[in-house]
Structure formats: structure tokens, C-alpha cells
Design a protein around this ligand. Structure first.
Ligand SMILES: [Zn+2]
Length: 228
């Protein structure tokens, strides 16, 4: 079974500033009808009626999606499915989006600072292994880099105490967090093969939304689907 993974950019949707153009999130103050149209367009690109999103809460809960979970959006930070042709998505604007792909199951994961500490990455890998004990591969999408993500020293110490790879120094020499490096480290510890060694930094690359750079802004998506 083959999986498709794609990461959207700001380009191509109907959202007006400051959400321009392809905002896919309903919780950031954008016009819901416009967001619905942007989501519809994304589904069209994948050849599906709709894309399944989560209500992300910066926790470590994993939800299962199948053809019957059509209506409700679960409170979760990872979404797993074994259903072919079901497109699942994670929304971000600096946090780390991850796709996990095994032969029989896929997951999308939202890993921010809090989720990382609470263990969302290993929880999602464990959830995949409930359906498939075989190898798991990960794609890590665009996220804020360690050079751009300044945090107070005590916050850095807290996160690096859980994931040492998170410790970074920003471009201006202050304490920082490298969330993508931390995610890659946790994935490898969980036995996952990370397929891409780097991804763009959302704060530096204007193709992506960045909450740190822009404040009020939209969200882009990482979408995964087992081919029908
Ligand atoms: Zn950066």
C-alpha cells in the first residue's frame, strides 16, 4: 500500500490578509466560508470529498480516524488511520508537523514544545504499531528552527531535560529550542526511519505561515493518505 504525503503553502487559496492566501484553520479568526473553500480545494487536489482535521490541544492524545468518523473533529494531536483514501491533516505555523507511514497505517502528528515534552511523538508511533509492527518511516515538515525560536532559559532547560536534542542557541546568541531536531531525535529513539534530514524554517521562509513572525496569521497543513 502506498501513501501520499503533502505539505501546503500560503499560496493559492482565497483568504484575505493577514491570513493570505491558503489558510486551512478555523480557529484563527479567518472567514469560515473561505476556510471551507480552501479545505475543499485541498480535498480536490487529493481526489477526496474532505480532509479530516483534528482539534489540536498541545497534548499527547492520539485519535483514530476511519470512514465513520465523518462528523466530529476529535481533541487530539495525532490522527491515525488504516483506511485507504482517507486524507488526514495536521495544522501548523511553527510547530512541527510529522507524517508517519507504515505498510498498513499512517498518522499525522502535531509536535510543539508542550506535545514534545508530553510524549506525542512516541504515543503516535505506538498507535501505528497497534496496527502494524513493521517498519515506520517519518516525514518532518516545515517548522521553526533552533536559530529562530528564542525561549527563556528555564523553559529551554525544562524541554532539554526531556529531549536533550532540543537545546539550541538562537541567531542572536540567546537560549533557543530546536523543535525539529528534538522531533527527529524522538523518532529515532522510537525506531522510526526519518526520510528527510531537513525542512524549511517557517519563520525564515515566507512560503509558510509563522506565528512567531506574523502573530495573527493562518495555518498550513501536512496531509497524509493511504492511496485508495
Ligand atoms: Zn529559522
Amino acid at each position: 500500500m502506498r501513501a501520499r504525503v503533502l505539505v501546503t503553502t500560503r499560496a493559492g487559496g482565497r483568504s484575505a490578509p493577514p491570513y493570505d492566501e491558503n489558510n486551512l484553520a478555523l480557529h484563527v479568526g479567518d472567514d469560515p466560508d473561505v476556510v471551507a473553500a480552501n479545505r475543499q480545494r485541498l480535498g480536490g487536489e487529493l481526489g477526496v470529498d474532505r480532509v479530516r482535521f483534528m482539534h489540536q490541544v498541545h497534548g499527547a492524545a492520539v485519535a483514530i480516524a476511519d470512514a465513520t468518523t465523518d462528523g466530529d473533529v476529535p481533541d487530539a494531536d495525532a490522527l491515525v488511520t488504516t483506511t485507504r483514501g482517507l486524507a488526514i491533516a495536521v495544522l501548523v505555523a511553527d510547530c512541527v508537523p510529522i507524517a508517519l507511514v507504515s505498510r498498513r497505517a499512517i498518522a499525522v502528528v502535531h509536535a510543539g514544545r508542550r506535545g514534545l515534552v508530553e510524549g506525542i511523538v512516541s504515543a503516535a508511533v505506538d498507535a501505528i504499531h497497534r496496527y502494524d509492527e513493521g517498519p515506520v518511516a517519518a516525514t518532518v515538515g516545515a517548522a521553526i528552527c533552533g536559530g529562530c525560536y528564542e525561549v527563556p532559559a528555564d523553559m529551554q532547560a525544562e524541554v532539554a531535560g526531556v529531549v536533550p536534542a532540543a537545546k539550541a542557541t538562537t541567531a542572536t546568541g540567546t537560549p533557543g529550542l530546536d523543535l525539529p531536531a528534538a522531533v527527529r531525535s524522538q523518532l529515532r529513539d522510537a525506531g522510526v526511519d526519518v526520510t528527510n534530514e531537513s525542512a524549511p524554517c517557517t519563520r525564515e521562509d515566507p512560503r509558510y505561515y509563522s506565528h512567531r513572525r506574523d502573530g495573527v496569521t493562518g495555518r498550513f497543513a501536512l496531509v497524509a493518505m493511504l492511496e485508495p
